[in-house]
Design a binder for this molecule. Sequence first.
Ligand code: LRH
Ligand code: MN
Length: 424
Amino acid sequence: MVLRKEQLEKNNEANLSKHEKSYDFISGQIDDVDEVIKKLIDFQVAIPSWALGTGGTRFGRFPSGGEPRSLEEKIEDIGLLHSLNGSSGAISLHIPWDIPKDAESIKKLAVQYGLRFDAINSNTFQDQPDQKLSYKFGSMQHVDRAVRKQAIDHNIEVIKYGKELGSKSLTVWLSDGSCFPGQLNFRTAFQNTLESLQEVYKALPGDWKIFVEYKAFEPNFYSMSVGDWGQSLLYSSKLGPQAYTLVDLGHHLANANIELIVSLLLMEGKLGGFHFNDSKYGDDDLTVGSIKPYQLFLIFNELVEGMNAKNMNHANDLAWMIDASHNVKDPLEDLLQSVEAIMIAYAQSLIIDRKKLVDAQNNNDVVTAQEILQQAYRTDVRALVAEARLRAGGALHPLTTYRNEKVRENLIKERGSKTMATGL
Ligand code: LRH
Ligand code: MN
């Protein structure tokens, strides 16, 4: 389903005067407001191809109908999100869930919707029907060289698909690890994993990056062979300059200080990108900003401070991706809320009075430092984000427009109520 320009304009018309009042109020408080709006317009978040259907858990899956039945329909749905918020201009594919049968036509279709291909993801955490050797006891860590070779070959094949689509990075998340003490020799597992990643690294085109995604637990529950930022940094440092760590917000032990991890990985030049989501307990993959919005703000505060310190381009120098899975929400509404939460946290971090903050820090004025951060966090920046959308030709209120135009109802009419998208 495609939303026509006049549909967007009709919905915006209804909210324009109210928006202009809110925008005039907030823009009057910000020095370089046009610079802030420009940064918001340039900031694009990649949508995961595996999160366009209702995910579910081991206990059950409750499809909401109208789910995409093919890669083409997934691109159409991401194109619809992008037409609504102007900030979803990239797709992150997962192989083999989204093998492009005809890469050229898939690429053309994506361009039609103003979309590019961000990091492509490999999958050695499931056994495919035609697979020779099982990943039950791991892939790149596996004691059997043949299983490691199978995993290496898969990643090299994934790079091939990525090259055909114009992607410039590979994300490797390994579910490898152990469930019981004694099951694994940690050093051997690390060495096997490193050697395997080095084989994949050799196959990387010169202008590509490889993201090593870490995770504290699940599906292994005693050790993970890429279990935390330290291990991911160790791998990416030993691999070489094209290797980086990838921070999935749901992959940390309880109460981890993720903003501290982000600031140090950025300082080391080894932060590659993010999988944004939110969680209360484990890798819950909930809507971004739905549980811990202040943590998301604090992470963006470190990102803006760290990227400015290195004169990095906010929009292009790191990979901004969502990694979520939807059990009880309409997947597209969930993704609209997630992108909105990311844009709000970014906007709040852009209006922090950084000079005053540094002064407070240099004077150990702890109270003032907190007041400066929370001044920005407690500022309603939604009109800034809406203005950026409006200037990018999007909807002032994406969610309201999505419902007013009965998108889900139309998708169910078009695709049926029982369709199930590939993915989690
Ligand atoms: C693992 C993970 C990884 C993906 C998968 C879909 O939990 O975050 O990024 O490959 O989810
Ligand atoms: Mn992830």
